[in-house]
Ligand binder design. Structure first.
Ligand SMILES: [Zn+2]
Length: 166
């Protein structure tokens, strides 16, 4: 079996992408308590060791990019609201911008030619099937108690009238 992400190398059991999805949520309210029933499905997307390490690097590159974006914003705030000499925040902003672009470039290059995890979460056939059944990512319903999945039916029928940008 080939890795789903690169379609080139053989899949490696130990490096598959494990995702959990829950759905078929059914909340039954009684006077004293709410019982929630739902199903959890495990999806394994076949992946090779190489794609796994690329995904790890891409993940950290994204985190670095996020931190640098914050540092850039901080440099702008410092420039506007403090009396620090301009070379301080200038250097700061330059470094942050450089590392931000570098991290994004690394992410772009490392994911070039292979599918991203985001693509797996939206395009892997088993997942698409579950998404159509209103399954969501995660192990259990989070936050406010979800309603039953009834109102979710609209997702199943993306008819020709859905004005999706193409
Ligand atoms: Zn691969």
């Amino acid at each position: 079996m080939h890795c789903w992400f690169c379609s080139v190398r053989d899949t490696d059991e130990a490096h598959a992408l494990h995702l959990e999805m829950y759905g078929d949520v059914d909340a039954k309210k009684t006077s004293s308590e709410t019982k929630i029933a739902y199903n959890v499905r495990h999806v394994d997307v076949p992946r090779c060791a190489d794609c796994h390490s690329r995904h790890v690097i891409a993940f950290y590159a994204l985190i670095l990019a996020g931190i640098m974006a914050l540092a850039l914003v901080a440099a702008v705030l410092v420039a506007m609201f403090t009396d620090l000499p301009s070379w301080v925040w200038g250097l700061w902003a330059g470094l942050a911008a450089g590392l931000l672009l570098g991290a994004l470039a690394i992410r772009f290059l490392i994911l070039k030619g292979i599918n991203s995890i985001h693509q797996a979460r939206t395009q892997f056939p088993d997942i698409v099937e579950l998404l159509d059944k209103c399954y969501r990512f995660g192990r259990r319903p989070k936050g406010p108690i979800p309603e039953s999945d009834q109102p979710c039916d609209q997702q199943d029928t993306p008819g020709p009238d859905s004005n999706s940008p193409s």
